[in-house]
Design a protein around this ligand. Structure first.
Ligand SMILES: NC(=O)c1ccc[n+]([C@@H]2O[C@H](COP(=O)([O-])OP(=O)(O)OC[C@H]3O[C@@H](n4cnc5c(N)ncnc54)[C@H](O)[C@@H]3O)[C@@H](O)[C@H]2O)c1
Length: 259
């Protein structure tokens, strides 16, 4: 499989969950992946498992200094960066009134400001190369509203906006910026106890897919946007949410599935 042959890719938040699946799928398609995360043991273990085409770098996405040293090292070693996936993120549920300014800022710093720093760190190198693909991991919560998620939702809507603006600014340099909007994917973020899918799926019966999503289903969208198959996608948003943002069923009305 060679859809990303010889590409150099940074994936943030890649020690586990969707980021790890994206790293694995990128490696399968021929890329060299720099697995970036604050979880050193997990990140290093994944890099070892993926072999020569993967390396781990400790990166706190909210730190400009961290970004500077990681990008400088990659350029020193590989000479270019073709792909950036801004995937790192945190989720906290609180009513708006119970969300402290400190917590709000922490969520924005990691989920949104971290992506901004990543973009401005890699873009000079992508401009020099005359091409690049940047993927921002937004959310279904960046397409509609969800109670308890004022800061998280603001960060994911912000990422969607950041995607549009940077797609406009960098498109003429052949740097494509797009967003992915997952919803209900079975990772530690939404299922920390590892509850079996058949139980979780009960909560998904009001949506078209009727089940929780798997990390590889998001990773395949990332492979598409990272690859040269998506050269005309700029500022686009792909919902990978089992139809969650398409709407929900009125269960007793015509057209609803039988359960
Ligand atoms: N799971 C879902 O249903 C879902 C839905 C929509 C969007 N998302 C988004 O997808 C992305 C990946 O989520 P996931 O479900 O795989 O969650 P996860 O918690 O399994 O993975 C998130 C990763 O980000 C890392 N991270 C956190 N703070 C960091 C920081 N400051 N610097 C670097 N890395 C940091 C964590 O260590 C972890 O490895 C997140 O941005 C999340 O908001 C997830």
């Amino acid at each position: 499989m060679t859809r990303l042959k010889d590409k150099i890719a940074i994936v943030t938040g890649a020690a586990q969950g969707m980021g790890a699946a994206i790293a694995e799928n990128f490696v399968k398609e021929g890329a060299h992946v720099i697995i970036c995360d604050i979880l050193e043991k997990k990140g290093e273990a994944l890099a070892t498992e993926l072999g020569e085409q993967a390396t781990f770098a400790r990166l706190d996405v909210s730190s400009e200094e961290n970004w500077h040293s990681v990008v400088t090292n990659i350029i020193g070693r590989h000479g270019k960066i073709d792909i950036l996936v801004n995937n790192a993120g945190i989720l906290r549920f609180h009513k708006s009134e119970d969300t402290s300014v400190e917590l709000f800022q922490q969520i924005l710093n990691i989920n949104l400001v971290g992506a901004h720093i990543g973009i401005v760190s890699v873009v000079p190198h992508m401009k020099k190369a005359g091409q690049g693909s940047i993927i921002n991991m937004s959310s279904a919560d960046g397409l509609d509203g969800a109670n308890g998620l004022s800061a998280y939702g603001a960060s994911k809507w912000g990422l969607r906006g950041l995607t549009k603006v940077t797609a406009l600014e960098f498109g003429p340099h052949n740097i494509r910026v797009n967003s992915i909007h997952p919803g209900g994917i079975n990772t530690a973020m939404v299922n920390p106890q590892g509850v079996p899918s058949e139980y979780i799926n009960q909560g998904f019966k009001i949506y078209p897919a009727q089940r929780v999503g798997e990390v590889d289903e998001v990773a395949s969208a990332a492979v598409y946007l990272a690859s040269d198959e998506s050269t005309y996608c700029m500022g686009s948003e792909i919902a990978v949410d089992g139809g969650m943002t398409a709407g929900h069923y009125y269960m007793t009305m015509p057209g609803a599935p039988e359960i």
